[in-house]
Design a protein around this ligand. Structure first.
Ligand code: ZN
Length: 75
């Protein structure tokens, strides 16, 4: 999988205090949980969230691959 996409930060909202936490996508997929930076609540990623994260990563990898094609600027 694309390493740039895996190192992208993915936002996860804390269900306890609604703080948005950003965590590296690769770490989220590996740990399946994170600690809220504000209230230290352990946020467990459910299967739906993990699936959505995997989809986002796949989309991002596709986008980045397409982005590697040199763009032609005419202006
Ligand atoms: Zn929190």
């Amino acid at each position: 999988m694309n390493s740039v996409a895996q190192s992208a930060h993915y936002p996860v909202t804390c269900p306890a205090c609604n703080t948005i936490n950003a965590k590296r996508a690769a770490e989220l997929l590996q740990n399946k949980s994170l600690n809220c930076r504000k209230c230290e609540h352990t946020i467990a990623m459910n299967e739906n969230q993990l699936n959505s994260l995997r989809r986002t990563l796949a989309d991002m990898a596709n986008y980045l691959r397409e982005g590697q094609t040199p763009a032609t600027h005419t202006d």
